[in-house]
Write a protein that binds this ligand. Structure first.
Ligand SMILES: [Cu+2]
Length: 125
């Protein structure tokens, strides 16, 4: 019973503090299918095939880690990346980390790619 929730959350968009699990992320390689093969006009659609995605989300800051350079956010669902709601760490530079504190409700934008999830802007609500 107790083991059900955690693996589900972790597999969806990257574990917050265990980079070793990244190897079995199911997302990217399977997506390089032949969908667009006979439709060359779809070149402006960059959401599939392992490209970095930009998305925005809202959530609550639960931790800020200056050494790791991360902000951990309990975020809501993110349709753009097909993530469910979860708590996870995002990379964030010092300026962004200084803008918020634990407990803040925030809206933020980030890039999600093979190298991890990186916050590009963050605002308190
Ligand atoms: Cu997440």
């Amino acid at each position: 019973m107790t083991a059900l929730a955690a693996p589900l959350a972790l597999s969806a968009c990257g574990p917050s503090d265990d980079a070793a699990d990244m190897s079995d992320m199911p997302m990217d390689d399977d997506q390089v299918a032949m969908d667009g093969a006979d439709m060359p006009m779809m070149g402006d659609r960059v959401t599939d095939g392992g490209a970095t995605k930009s998305a925005s989300a809202e959530g609550t800051v639960t931790a800020i880690d200056p050494e790791a350079g991360t902000i951990t956010i309990d975020h809501g669902p993110v349709p753009a990346t097909e993530w469910p709601a979860m708590t996870m760490a995002f990379e964030a530079n010092q300026q962004l980390r200084d803008d918020v504190k634990v407990g803040d409700e925030v809206s933020f934008e980030f890039r999600a790619g093979d190298e991890g999830s990186v916050i590009t802007s963050i605002d308190k609500k």
